[in-house]
Design a protein around this ligand. Structure first.
Ligand SMILES: [Fe+2]
Length: 273
């Protein structure tokens, strides 16, 4: 599976090698991003491996609701440390918080390029994205590994609910659904994988260029595989916010509370189980 490749230029703009690649990325809903030279991925990967150790203090971070803290998921192999942006300073070392803020910059560059292509007038981008495109909204920075003691799928098929997901995975396992078939997304050295989510699909639906939210999963990891580590960043709308659909004339043609959209997606997800 050859995904299109993009990079972030000096003006912090998302750029593809050709417009054909960019169109394909929007249609598929997924692409590779060359790791920017200013991103210290190595330190973040080391941190992700440290937190696994039995004596790691990070294992004691409490759970905040269903989505944050040190969590073992029951319906797949993921064990993760997941935190929203406002808790990074409290729990993550300084360099990891800085790493998260650099992923914020990448997330904003991606969403701004999606808006640019969409034709939605720039003065509406902040409102349409519940603030994310100008540095607000919700961001998660999660460190994940796959517990092979459970004979389950690594991660069950789903679409992401938010705007943009940034992934660094150390081993294969990610698959995307294309025409009813799951295809491998190989680990490409020096590159992150970026995919779009449902909220971004929703807000671009009445524009010139909408983006797809691709169905993906992670294959079952076994003890003979190297331990699969992932760093996952989610750019999301605030859960208590709203999403607006604008057309290229700047008319509001639809809207949804984030809660209602996510409830709808949850119902769709249960159909995969
Ligand atoms: Fe996902």
């Amino acid at each position: 599976m050859n995904l299109p490749i993009a990079f972030i230029d000096e003006a912090n703009k998302l750029v593809f090698e050709s417009s054909k690649d960019q169109v394909r990325a929007w249609e598929l809903g997924i692409f590779y991003l060359k790791v920017p030279s200013w991103l210290d991925l190595k330190a973040a990967r080391c941190f992700g491996q440290e937190i696994l150790k039995a004596d790691s203090p990070y294992r004691d971070i409490p759970q905040y609701g269903d989505l944050e803290g040190f969590i073992s998921l029951e319906n797949n192999q993921q064990t993760k440390l997941a935190l929203r942006r406002h808790r990074w300073d409290e729990h993550y070392p300084t360099e990891i918080t800085q790493f998260g803020r650099q992923l914020d910059d990448i997330g904003v560059a991606v969403i701004r390029e999606v808006f640019r292509q969409s034709g939605i007038p720039e003065e509406l981008w902040t409102e349409a994205s519940g603030g994310y495109s100008s540095g607000q909204g919700t961001a998660f920075l999660n460190f994940v590994h796959y517990d092979t003691a459970h004979p389950d799928l690594g991660l069950r098929p789903h679409t992401d609910y938010g705007f943009v997901t940034i992934l660094d995975a150390t081993s294969p396992g990610l698959q995307i659904e294309l025409e009813g078939q799951f295809c491998d997304v190989p680990v490409l050295d020096g590159h992150l994988v970026i995919n779009f989510g449902e909220a971004l699909n929703f807000i671009t639906q009445h524009s010139n260029r909408s983006v797809a939210a691709i169905v993906h999963r992670v294959t079952s990891q076994t003890s003979s595989n190297p331990v699969r580590h992932g760093i996952v960043y989610f750019a999301n709308p605030d859960l208590d916010g709203a999403l607006k659909q604008f057309d290229v004339q700047g008319r509001e043609v639809g809207s949804s509370s984030v809660g209602d959209l996510f409830t709808l997606l949850e119902q769709k997800l249960t159909n995969y189980k």
